[in-house]
Write a protein that binds this ligand. Structure first.
Ligand SMILES: [Zn+2]
Length: 379
């Protein structure tokens, strides 16, 4: 009896090793937020970039984390000026993209949509097209290297436009043009940057264009800023997914007796199965939650929102998909079944064609978890 129940608990317990080996799906990850510290140092040297606060890789890694943790928006933004600063040549973009795919694959990610803003990589004289082609080449190279190391991963790109700039239609057109690249290609579009003062409706022409082209997009909304931003992203702009969307919690009342009441917007998000690209560690750094245990993902998962787990900026948040899940397992006691639920949610919400998503779920994700969950039988 006891041995049986022990077997049952250990069967689904996500140890760090199992978490890493479990097939994971990542929808919200910034290319300029995931560089290896050593690569930043080497690229700075190779491209003549001045102004890194540290030239030792380990110390630079710590500096990135501390700046992101500081609570100062200025210091947080400074971290990106350095990563973007060293990503201004073709070779640098290829390398960063290849290492991104390699690192994700090593961490057990089987499908990823990685985003970047082409307009931020033009200082070295590249055109928007050259930026997209370099990153694409890097992703394909990273996929190949991963395969050589026994890992399988597919990486698609999301092209981001900056909300404070005025190039969103141009970037949307670029995303549409590069939609049919081989491999993962460019699978969609995104808007990022400071929410306050820059509502997504400023970029309506870009969203309307993409809708006319039957293309997909997500919008950073409801991260620090509240419900109006989420409402605009969905009801004015027609976003397929919400980047973060964590403030949807403001439209959910939890009563003392444990009953829950959803407002109209929260109901809409749940009923329409709008994917929430939640990024727990990043949210803690920006103050959207005080601890993992208090992060709204616990409630949103219980209420069966289409919640997904994401990294946002692996370098600045010193994280990975496995680390995010380790934190959630600690905070909420999640099992491999919960991890599978998040991973299937994310795969359902990806921007690649339905038949490919279905095959990923049925032929890669579910068998992967079944394998992990059955290990106890053979111990
Ligand atoms: Zn983001």
């Amino acid at each position: 009896m006891t041995s049986q129940s022990t077997a049952k608990t250990t069967a689904k317990t996500p140890t760090p090793d199992r978490i890493r080996r479990a097939p994971k799906v990542l929808l919200h990850d910034h290319l300029d937020g995931g560089l290896r510290p050593g690569t930043v140092v080497e690229l700075a040297r190779a491209t003549g970039y001045q102004g890194l606060p540290e030239t030792d890789a380990d110390r630079l890694g710590v500096w990135f984390r501390q700046a992101a943790d500081s609570g100062s928006l200025e210091r947080y933004l400074e971290t990106f000026s350095h990563t973007v600063g060293v990503m201004q040549t073709r070779d640098a973009l290829v390398r960063v993209a290849a290492e991104c795919a390699e690192d994700l694959a090593e961490d057990g990610v089987v499908y990823a949509e990685v985003r970047y803003a082409p307009e931020q990589h033009l200082e070295g004289g590249l055109s928007l097209e050259e930026v997209v082609e370099a990153v694409d080449e890097g992703f394909r190279e990273g996929e190949r290297r991963a395969r050589d190391n026994g890992h399988r991963i597919r990486v698609g790109a999301l092209l981001t436009a900056m909300r404070h700039a005025a190039r969103s239609l141009e970037i949307a057109e670029l995303a549409n043009r590069y939609r049919d690249l081989g491999g993962g290609g460019v699978v969609g579009f995104d808007i990022a940057g400071a929410e306050a003062g820059y509502p997504p409706t400023r970029h309506l022409d870009a969203f309307e264009y993409l809708k006319r082209e039957n293309n997909h997009f997500t919008i950073h909304a409801g991260e620090a800023f509240g419900l109006p931003s989420i409402w605009q992203a969905l009801q004015w702009c027609g976003a397929d997914r919400l980047g973060h969307g964590v403030r949807i919690i403001d439209d959910i009342q939890v009563h003392e007796d444990g009953t829950v009441k959803l407002g109209r917007l929260a109901s809409y998000v749940r009923d329409k199965r709008i994917p929430l690209e939640l990024c727990p560690s990043s949210n803690l750094q920006t103050g959207a939650a005080d601890s993992y245990a208090e992060h709204p993902i616990g409630l949103l998962r219980r209420l069966h929102f289409r919640a997904t787990v994401n990294t946002d900026n692996r370098l600045m948040s010193h994280t990975s998909m496995s680390r995010e899940f380790e934190h959630l397992v600690d905070a909420f006691g999640y099992t491999l079944d919960d991890m599978q639920w998040f991973s299937v949610n994310a795969m359902k919400s990806a921007f690649i064609p339905f038949d490919e998503r279905l095959a990923m779920i049925n032929d890669v994700i579910k068998p992967g978890y079944a394998e992990l969950k059955s290990e106890w039988l053979f111990q």
